[in-house]
Design a protein around this ligand. Structure first.
Ligand SMILES: Cc1cc2nc3c(=O)[nH]c(=O)nc-3n(C[C@H](O)[C@H](O)[C@H](O)COP(=O)(O)OP(=O)(O)OC[C@H]3O[C@@H](n4cnc5c(N)ncnc54)[C@H](O)[C@@H]3O)c2cc1C
Length: 481
């Protein structure tokens, strides 16, 4: 193992020379602080004393130059380096599973510049989305990237994992918010990608970094799109007699050019067991929550009313709009105790994306496969909704939970993996892509070959190893060896 070759004292001394003793942790403390992200198995393995993440040291640089110096040091010493944002990832991507140095980005948190004319902002990568949003809101502005993990997720981690937020159907995923990045290459050079609305100056390096999960560079800052805070929000809630009718209404809304800021469509089980609890209203049928927002109330009203009429044409029964307002106010509640799952449960999502021609088949194949993969003795529950919608497709967010998994860690992992494999294989066979917005991490790495084929993996691998000849940054991640 690479970590065994590390002269710990020498590494700590060199890291301390770069960023000062207060920003460096030696092995024992680093292994406690960076023992796991929020991937169920990383949590379970750490609790069983067998953590996936085993850093030999950690550093929290305060400047871009310090980041570059750390990357150059890792190259010189030939040891792995893993960027760490908020550690809120659910796929295991941030775990330092091959040891080496964890580079915690959270002291890179300056808001460098707001361009009021272009409505853009240059923000450093370690700032948490919630803190960025609070700063902007005081100035009448918003980032419009609202992940449920906003308290922990950093700008850099959102870029790394190709994240999304509840307003994505109108404002897009992180790849739509990020206009340019500043990043440190795996060999320690600092690159700025073009910050213009569009260009034809060769391929788009910004998008290459997005979703690269720390393998192609350490993002130190980004230019992101800002918006003015909306002056009006209009909610609509509809229940449907069948899943297909609501899905068709959602498709028509999206292909018509209407842009709901929120469009979430819960299947009957998720409506009854998840949404109903959030909004404190009994629900039994597939249910859609819509929200339109904007600066011009008459435009918002027109857009909302047009979408609501599409729902009615598809048999949608209009429920009180207050249900939608309650959902908005309580949308983060379920990520905190006592609602958040804990060990000895097994939990996780299969969140897959497809075009409208395939999405209904993907829903049925994926949910059926997940249910059938776990024997009845495990009492698996499956809450599924279509949470992000696009101009030409949607995604399935299937969240499974087993209340009490096997006590043995290896058996629990085997059960988890069996369920996830069944769901992902079924989704792929039905025409989906393996993930919409949580990334690949350790959890979906085994499916990358099926996703891209050997030629695709070869192309990705050549990009990776061309940029990172010593395979320093997150070695092995994304299935790249
Ligand atoms: C309760 C809960 C709710 C969630 N809700 C959502 C949601 O609504 N939407 C969503 O998209 N996700 C959600 N997630 C998942 C997670 O929050 C996201 O994946 C998030 O983008 C991760 O950000 P992070 O800063 O915590 O990154 P980490 O978990 O620290 O890292 C994620 C990946 O990015 C890399 N990375 C981190 N920083 C950098 C950097 N500066 N440069 C290069 N690589 C970097 C890491 O090496 C790793 O590969 C949720 C998670 C939880 C626990």
């Amino acid at each position: 193992m690479v970590a065994e070759r590390i002269d710990h004292a020498a590494v700590i001394s060199r890291l301390t020379a770069i960023a000062g003793a207060k920003n460096v942790l030696a092995q024992p403390e680093a292994r406690v602080k960076y023992a796991h992200d929020q991937y169920w198995y990383a949590i379970a393995a750490a609790a069983a004393g067998q953590p996936l993440s085993r850093p030999d040291a950690a550093i929290t640089p305060e400047t871009v130059e310090q980041v570059a110096a750390v990357v150059r040091l890792a190259n010189e010493l030939n040891i792995p380096l893993t960027p760490w944002g908020g550690g809120s990832g659910v796929q295991g991507a941030a775990n330092a599973d091959r040891g080496g140095i964890v580079l915690d980005t959270r002291k890179l948190k300056a808001i460098r510049h707001i361009d009021e004319l272009s409505l853009t902002c240059t923000v450093e990568a370690g700032l948490a989305c919630r803190d960025f949003e609070a700063y902007l809101n005081e100035r009448g502005l918003t980032f419009t990237h609202y992940p449920a993990s906003t308290e922990w997720a950093t700008i850099g981690g959102s870029i790394g994992a190709r994240g999304s937020g509840v307003l994505s159907s109108k404002y897009g995923k992180i790849e739509d918010h990020v206009l340019s990045v500043e990043f440190v290459t795996p060999t320690g050079e600092i690159v700025h990608t073009p910050a213009v609305p569009r260009h034809a100056a060769g391929p788009e390096l910004t998008q290459l970094l997005i979703g690269s999960e720390g393998t192609l560079g350490v993002v130190t800052a980004a230019v992101v799109k800002l918006r003015r805070l909306p002056t009006r929000r209009v909610f609509g809630v509809f229940s449907f007699a069948s899943l297909e009718e609501g899905a068709e209404a959602g498709r028509k809304i999206m292909v018509s050019g209407l842009r709901p800021a929120v469009l979430r469509y819960y299947d009957a089980y998720a409506a009854a067991h998840s949404l109903a609890r959030a909004v404190e209203t009994p629900l039994t049928s597939p249910t859609m929550v819509l929200m339109f927002d904007g600066e011009y109330p008459s435009l918002v009203n027109t857009e909302a009313e047009t979408a609501f009429s599409i729902c009615r044409q598809h048999g949608g029964e209009e429920l009180p709009a207050s249900i939608g307002e309650t959902w908005w106010d309580r949308r983060y509640v379920f990520y905190y105790p006592p609602y958040a799952p804990e060990l000895p449960s097994i939990w996780g999502t299969v969140d897959v994306v497809a075009d409208f021609s395939h999405i209904n088949a993907v829903y049925h194949a994926t949910t059926r496969a997940i249910r059938e993969a776990a024997g009845p003795e495990w009492n698996l529950s499956l809450n599924t909704h279509f949470s992000h919608w696009y101009e030409w497709g949607s995604m399935i967010y299937a969240r499974m939970k087993i209340p009490t998994g096997p006590a043995d860690l290896a058996e629990a992992k085997a059960l988890h993996d069996k369920i996830i494999k069944a769901g992902v294989d079924a989704a792929l066979a039905a025409g989906a892509v393996i993930n919409d917005h949580h990334g690949v991490g350790l959890r979906l790495q085994p499916f990358m070959e099926a996703q891209y084929g050997s030629a695709g993996m070869n192309a990705l691998s050549q990009i990776k190893h061309g940029l990172d000849p010593k395979n320093i940054l997150c070695p092995g991640k994304l299935g790249l060896g």
